[in-house]
Write a protein that binds this ligand. Structure first.
Ligand code: FAD
Length: 437
C-alpha cells in the first residue's frame, strides 16, 4: 500500500478489529504475457464478487489490485448493509426506467442485503455480521409520509419492509428526532474490511487469481483481446471489468470521470456500557435518518458507537470532524457523555448523479460497474453478479442494471467541488430543523 493510504487505513476501527488477513494470501502480478478469460481491475467488494461468480462458472479470472484487497472504500466504510437506494425512490426508478426495467432493478437492489448475509453464512466469513434489519428514521411527520409510500412500494415487490409508527420506532431507536421509521428486515451491519478479506479468500478458493500491488495503467485493444499494462509488464484478457469506484489512478480514471467523488468521515467511540447500548439500539439496528445532512449511527461488536459526516474543507478535517461527530452524537442521541473517540478516518465514496447503479461499456467486452452511492455493501453483491453475467455473454440490454457507453460528467472539475456546496446547504437546512424541533 502507498504510505498515505496505509496511514489512513491504520486510523480505521476495522484495521484493528478485522483480525489477521486470510491464510490464502493473494499473490503478486501474474507472469508477464499470461492470458486470462476475464481481468478484473480493483479488489474491493465489486471486483471480488464478480471474480467469485466468474471463478465458480469455470472462467480463468484474475483480480488486479493496485494496493491490497480492501484498500478502497470497501475497507473504510461504516459497514451498514442497506438494500435500497441512497436517494432514488422506487416510484422514481419506475418512472425513469419504465415499469419492467424499473421493477427488475428494484428487485435486484432489494435482494442485496439477503445476498450479503447468505454469502457470509455459506462461506463462514468471520466479519461480525448482524442481520438485525436497518432502520430509516423519519426526522419529521412529513418525512414519515414519504417513508410510508416507500415502504409500501418495497412491500409490493416482496421485500420485508414495514413502517413503524412513532412509538414503535422510538422503542427501537435512540434518535432525538423520530416521528416513525422504515424497517427493512433484510439489512444489518458487518465489519467491512473483514468481509472484503473474506470475499477474497472465498474467490481464491473458487479458483480466482488475486494479484496485489498491481496497478493497471492502461488497457488497450490487441486483436480480439485486451492488453492490461502495469509497471511490471502486461497480461492479456478476453474481457475486462473495471471495478475501481472513485479512484483516479491509472486506468481507473475512465470510470472516475463519470462520478462525483465524496469525501466521507467516520468516527468510532470507545465501547458504551451494555446498558447504554441497549437504550440506544435495543434491537442493535444500524440507523440513518431522513435529513439532507443525514445522521447515522450503529454499534460494532463491542458496542463502540460509529457515526459519520462530511467536511466542506479537507484541511485539519480529521480533528474537526471528530469533534463535530462527537457533538452530534451527544445531541442526537441525548448522551450525557460521549465516550472518547478511538478512531476518526476518511474514505472516498462515488456518487452518480441519478443515484442508480450503472454498467458502462468502454469497448467490446470492456465494462465497468459503478453507482453504489453509499449503499455499496448490499449493492455490489448484486452488481458483481451482473458484471459476471455480462462477461459470460449475457447481452447488456438483458442486465437488470442500466447500461451504455461511459459518459464523463460535463464540467468534471466543478462536479468534484459540488459536494462542498451540497454539504453547506444540507447543514443549513439541518440547523433550521434543529431550531424547529
Ligand atoms: C467513509 C465511507 C463510508 C461508507 N459507508 C457505507 C456503508 O455504511 N454501507 C454501504 O453499503 N456503503 C458504504 N460506503 C460505500 C461503499 O464503501 C462502496 O460503495 C463500496 O466499497 C464500493 O466497492 P468497490 O469495490 O466498487 O470499490 P473500492 O472498494 O473503492 O475498490 C476499488 C479498488 O480499486 C483499486 N484500484 C484503483 N485503481 C486501480 C488501478 N488502476 N489498478 C488496479 N486497482 C486499482 C483500489 O486500490 C481499490 O482497492 C461508504 C463509503 C465510504 C468512503
Amino acid at each position: 500500500m502507498t504510505r498515505a493510504l496505509e496511514a489512513e487505513h491504520r486510523r480505521t476501527l476495522w484495521w484493528r478489529t478485522a483480525g489477521p488477513e486470510d491464510a490464502a494470501s493473494p499473490a503478486p502480478a501474474p507472469p508477464d504475457g499470461s492470458r486470462v478469460d476475464v481481468a478484473v481491475v480493483g479488489g474491493g467488494f465489486l471486483g471480488l464478487t464478480a471474480a467469485l461468480h466468474l471463478a465458480r462458472r469455470g472462467r480463468r479470472v484474475a483480480v488486479l489490485e493496485a494496493e491490497r484487497v480492501g484498500s478502497g472504500a470497501s475497507g473504510v466504510n461504516a459497514g451498514f448493509v442497506v438494500p435500497n437506494f441512497a436517494k432514488a425512490d422506487p416510484a422514481a426508478v419506475v418512472k425513469r426506467l419504465g415499469r419492467t426495467r424499473g421493477e427488475t432493478l428494484l428487485r435486484m437492489v432489494g435482494m442485496g442485503g439477503t445476498r450479503v448475509f447468505e454469502t457470509v453464512r455459506e462461506n463462514a466469513i468471520a466479519c461480525d455480521a448482524e442481520e438485525t434489519g436497518w432502520l430509516h428514521v423519519a426526522h419529521s411527520p412529513a418525512a414519515l409520509e414519504v417513508l410510508r409510500v416507500r415502504a409500501e412500494a418495497w412491500r409490493s415487490l416482496g421485500r420485508p419492509v414495514r413502517l413503524l409508527e412513532r412509538e414503535e420506532a422510538r422503542a427501537l431507536s435512540g434518535a432525538r428526532l423520530c416521528a416513525g421509521a422504515l424497517l427493512d428486515e433484510s439489512g444489518g451491519m458487518l465489519n467491512p474490511l473483514a468481509y472484503a478479506r473474506g470475499l477474497a479468500g472465498v474467490a481464491l478458493g473458487a479458483g480466482a487469481m488475486i494479484a496485489e500491488g498491481t496497478r493497471i495503467d492502461a488497457v488497450e485493444r490487441e486483436g480480439a483481446d485486451w492488453r492490461l499494462r502495469h509497471a511490471g509488464g502486461s497480461l492479456l484478457a478476453a474481457r475486462v471489468l473495471l471495478c475501481t469506484n472513485a479512484f483516479r489512478t491509472g486506468v481507473a480514471r475512465r470510470l472516475a470521470d463519470a462520478v462525483v467523488p465524496l469525501q466521507v468521515y467516520q468516527a468510532a467511540t470507545a465501547p458504551l456500557s451494555a446498558e447504554e447500548a441497549r437504550r440506544l439500539a435495543p434491537g442493535r439496528h444500524p440507523a440513518a435518518d431522513t435529513r439532507a445532512n443525514l445522521f447515522t449511527y450503529r454499534l460494532d461488536a463491542e458496542n463502540r458507537l460509529i457515526s459519520g459526516g462530511m467536511s466542506m474543507l479537507p484541511v485539519g478535517a480529521h480533528a474537526r470532524m471528530g469533534r463535530m461527530i462527537s457533538r452530534r452524537l451527544a445531541d442526537e442521541l441525548r448522551l450525557p457523555a460521549v465516550p472518547p473517540l478511538e478512531h476518526v478516518w476518511t474514505g472516498r465514496a462515488a456518487m452518480v448523479p441519478d443515484f442508480l447503479p450503472h454498467v458502462f461499456e468502454f469497448g467490446p467486452g470492456f465494462l465497468g460497474g459503478i453507482g453504489c452511492n453509499g449503499r455499496g455493501i448490499a449493492l455490489t453483491a448484486m452488481l458483481g453478479e451482473a458484471l459476471a453475467d455480462a462477461s459470460c455473454g449475457v447481452p447488456l440490454a438483458e442486465l437488470p442494471v442500466p447500461s451504455g457507453p461511459a459518459r464523463p460528467l460535463p464540467f468534471a472539475p466543478l462536479a468534484r467541488i459540488a459536494p462542498s456546496f451540497a454539504i453547506a446547504q444540507a447543514r443549513w437546512q439541518d440547523r433550521r430543523i434543529g431550531r424547529e424541533a
